[in-house]
Design a protein around this ligand. Structure first.
Ligand SMILES: Nc1ncnc2c1ncn2[C@@H]1O[C@H](COP(=O)(O)OP(=O)(O)O)[C@@H](O)[C@H]1O
Ligand SMILES: [Mg+2]
Length: 381
């Protein structure tokens, strides 16, 4: 079993420094693909390195397969780590690089050869086994680094931003290979660190989003844990809502008018919006923010609104055409610029007047502390 449990884990690098990880409580199930994501500096690598045994744990307990591993040396934890920098030995061939860890452990040659052969097959490195790293592309080097982890047959694979040094096309290809590797490895758990929400959304069964709040007590704490669709559809806070999804969720400033079990009404610039959330715990008159994603404001390519919802007037400031879709930057009076994503190439000119239809079940509501109200419409998980 390779279940990993964090119990009240805290990390402080030095007594005079603020806490880097605050009270992490998490369980990563056997065979799960868990992604730690968050802005740079939020503590993702610190959390991962504590699992690897490369960083001391200041307080709390870390369990792997039910065993407390706080004081267990890295080599005895059954984990293998792949870093952003491939860190291959330049004078060794691909095969020798992959075999090195096993040789150090004293495995016999036949066993090493068979494991290296198997890993090379999985990673399509067989024709490259005799090459030196300098004769490989970045993507191939990273595959060798992954191969080095596979031959150890770990219970847990740890990846720290393994794709960050690759160009965009290779990142997508290697991302697919890592997803396939997780399928092929069946029983192994994976923890994958990235600052890229697209990698998190596409690879994870479970996302752990870490905070870098302005508040010091928020930094290095877990903002939300859940499936990718859960974080997308049901962000627990403004921080999560703005981090997950691209382009970012739009936010409209308003005040709460009334709240019932199934919906709330919000005054946004003198207009009443109905939002399908339960906000009965908030007071009428409280400052709130209404969130709506760019892809959830239905407009056609001519800018005509599609479907029902409250009509809100806006003027088009700027268009970005991406080929498959267009991003409209629109001004709703008294609000920050909002983004609307429409399919195809929008046939519109800056300055056009638009009517946006805001649908109750596509909106989110956040209180003055940035905490989300519970949505009252079922959404896919
Ligand atoms: N060895 C260290 N000594 C002191 N502070 C550190 C050390 N390593 C990381 N930190 C600090 O801990 C915080 C989290 O770092 P890190 O885990 O590397 O973040 P991430 O991987 O999310 O970018 C940062 O503020 C960083 O400066
Ligand atoms: Mg890092």
């Amino acid at each position: 079993m390779s279940r990993i449990e964090f119990k009240n884990i805290c990390k402080r690098y030095a007594p005079h420094l603020p806490m880097t990880i605050h009270n992490a409580n998490l369980t990563i199930e056997h065979g799960e693909f868990c992604v730690f994501v968050g802005p740079s500096g939020c503590g993702k690598s610190t959390l991962l390195r504590m699992v690897a045994g490369l960083e001391d744990i200041s307080s709390g307990e870390l369990l792997i397969g039910g065993q407390r591993v706080n004081d267990l040396p890295p080599a005895q934890r059954g984990v293998a780590m792949v870093f952003q920098s491939y860190a291959l030995y330049p004078h060794m061939t691909v095969g020798e690089n992959m075999a090195f860890g096993l040789r150090v452990l004293g495995a016999n040659k036949a066993e090493i050869d068979s494991k290296v052969k198997e890993a090379a097959e999985i990673l399509q490195l067989t024709p490259l086994l005799d090459r030196l790293p300098k004769a490989l592309s970045g993507g191939q080097r990273q595959r060798v680094a992954i191969g080095r982890a596979i031959v150890k047959q770990p219970k847990v694979f740890l990846f720290d931003e393994p794709l960050s040094n690759l160009d965009a096309a290779l990142r997508v290809q290697t991302r697919l290979e890592i997803a396939k590797l997780h399928k092929d490895m069946g029983s192994a758990s994976m923890i994958y660190v990235t600052h890229d929400q697209v990698e998190a959304m596409t690879l994870a069964n479970k996302i752990v989003l870490l905070h870098t709040g302005a508040l010091i007590q928020e930094r290095g704490s877990v903002a939300q844990v859940g499936s990718p669709m859960n974080l997308y559809h049901r962000p627990a806070s403004l921080f999560v809502a703005e981090f997950i999804g691209s382009p970012k969720m739009n936010l409209l400033q308003g005040t709460l008018q009334s709240a019932e079990a199934a919906h709330a009404t919000v005054n946004v610039g003198g207009q009443t919006l109905t939002v399908a959330v339960d906000a009965r715990h908030l007071k009428a008159g409280e400052a709130v923010q209404v969130g709506i994603r760019p892809e959830h404001i239905p407009l056609d390519q001519e800018g005509a609104s599609v479907g029902a919802g409250t009509a809100v007037a806006a003027s088009l400031q700027h268009i970005e055409r991406l080929g498959d879709s267009s991003l409209l930057y629109v001004q709703i009076p008294g609000q920050p610029i909002a983004t609307v994503k429409v399919e195809g190439s929008a046939a519109l000119a800056a300055g056009s007047a638009l009517t946006l239809r805001l649908q109750p079940d596509q909106m989110h509501l956040f209180d003055s502390q940035g905490i989300a109200c519970h949505r009252t419409v079922e959404l896919p998980e």
